[in-house]
Design a binder for this molecule. Structure first.
Ligand code: ATP
Length: 447
């Protein structure tokens, strides 16, 4: 039985026992059936006497057996006409890992392990590394991270953008016995498949046009430390088997190399996507999911833990050089009412902007709190109704204009003072003013 640690109660509750998930040949994904596997296993086929009956003309009457074993699932084909398939290979008998998907006739059968969620008592701490939070959901997260930091088990961090996944990964590394080793960040969605392959797994000189020298790759660079695989949901399907082998064997064969190389690396992966839905849709391998998610931590959205807002605001004020701790009042109430679509990252930006735009030494209650879309939090701040570069340019110009208008107002149009307040060079401020169409006559000869 695979034992996973997770705070994602919804997924594990009521799911005891190994299961198979069946997506019929012509059935939509939503009609997928879940069948619990008894310890003795099941007989799969088209015959009505089978434990798992597939109404699929390409399935033989008695097609295959599936039996849960210690290392996964033993699958035996019973001499079927169209075969039983795993990863494009026709099998007769195989031990398949948890999460693997079998092709039986035109149907797909996914093998799901028994899961056992540990009962997690919230930590007493109100921070873990640079992550702050006093709400119960966050203290549950801290409890798992504290425990998981002491092992080398792979961790999967899930949560919306800006909920602190990268911060959690860094904090895990810093609290682990590997803290003396490297912490390497690798963005799985940032490049083409070939580039990701060579940047993650490395390549040898001459492996492809332009490979002028050996390149170690992120996995080798993380030896003795932690490799943070950001946006793992974007990893191309074609590279997923190679990562799976890496996780299983801790060894990699760089592009163009003859022999595999071994490294000692702890994996932490993260995504803002619903990775489990990606597995269901066939965009992410189930066996890789289970390999990565031995510990699965769901970082809750800020709107689900508004109790954390006061703690975070105080921490962010301190980080931005304001010592005001007296934050109760209408300003805080506005922050508590807001939906925070950009999560803690957005709160960080709001507080940083408020401190930057406030007069020096201002109290929190007098700081300008600018929220994106108080009235309709779901409406995007930018619409894609014009080409990307054009939209970006327009937004930047608007930002420059609004920022500079307020800056000139606050500095009494004194450009030296304005540059000091904005913490930029005067020359640069002139250029920004010019771009925003705000460069007034007094400053023309001032450069
Ligand atoms: N619990 C927290 N305590 C303090 N700061 C936080 C917390 N969570 C997030 N932050 C702040 O928000 C910023 C964004 O966090 P981070 O980059 O870790 O988010 P993420 O979930 O990895 O986002 P993305 O999915 O967009 O990469 C951090 O730099 C940090 O300033």
């Amino acid at each position: 039985m695979i034992q996973r640690i997770t705070n994602f109660i919804e997924r594990v509750s009521g799911q005891r026992g190994n299961r198979v998930r069946i997506v019929g040949a012509s059935e939509p994904l939503v009609r997928a059936r879940l069948v619990t596997l008894p310890a003795a296993g099941v007989l799969v086929g088209a015959d009505s006497s089978c434990d798992v009956r597939l109404e699929d003309p390409a399935v033989s009457r008695k097609h295959a057996t599936i039996v849960p074993v210690d290392q996964g699932f033993e699958v035996c084909d019973l001499g079927s006409r169209n075969g039983t398939w795993l990863d494009g290979t026709r099998i007769t008998r195989v031990i398949a890992p948890a999460g693997a998907t079998l092709g039986i006739g035109n149907s797909l059968v996914q093998l799901l392990p028994e899961e056992d969620s540990l009962d997690i008592t919230p930590s007493n701490a109100t921070s873990f590394g640079d992550l702050s939070g006093s709400s119960e959901p966050m203290r549950r997260v801290f409890a798992i991270l504290e425990r998981a930091s002491q092992s080398s088990a792979p961790i999967l961090l899930l949560g919306e953008s800006g909920t602190g996944k990268e911060l959690a990964a860094r904090a895990l590394h810093e609290s682990s016995p590997r803290r003396g080793g490297p912490f390497v960040v690798f963005d799985c969605g940032a490049a083409s498949t070939t580039l990701i392959e060579s940047e993650l797994f490395g390549h040898k000189k001459g492996a492809f046009t332009g490979a002028h020298r050996d390149h170690a790759g992120a996995f080798a660079a993380a030896h003795g430390g932690t490799l943070f695989l950001d946006e793992i949901g974007d990893l191309p399907l074609a590279l997923q088997p190679k990562l799976l082998r890496l996780l299983e064997r801790s060894e990699v064969t760089p592009l163009g190399a003859r022999a595999a190389e071994r490294y000692d690396v702890r994996f932490v992966a993260a995504t803002h996507r619903d990775l489990w839905s990606d597995v269901g849709a066939g965009n992410f391998r189930g066996d890789l999911y289970y390999r990565l998610a031995v510990v699965e931590v769901h970082l809750p959205a800020l709107r689900q833990r508004k109790d954390d807002i006061p703690v975070l605001v105080r921490a962010l004020l301190r980080a931005n050089g304001s010592s005001d701790a007296d934050i109760e009042g209408p300003q805080l109430e506005r922050l508590l009412r807001y939906a925070w679509p950009g999560n803690v990252r957005e709160l960080r930006n709001v507080v940083a902007r408020a401190v930057a735009l406030a007069v020096p030494g201002a109290k929190f209650r007098d700081m300008p709190i600018l929220l994106r879309s108080e009235g309709s939090p779901r409406e995007p701040a930018v619409l894609a109704d014009v080409p990307y570069l054009e939209a970006k340019e327009a937004l930047l110009t608007r930002f420059d204009r609004d920022y500079c208008t307020d800056l000139l107002h606050r500095s009494g149009s004194n450009l030296s003072e304005a540059a000091r307040m904005a913490k930029i060079e005067r020359k640069y401020l002139y250029r920004v003013l010019e771009r925003a169409g705000l460069r007034h006559r007094d400053s023309q000869g001032d450069e």
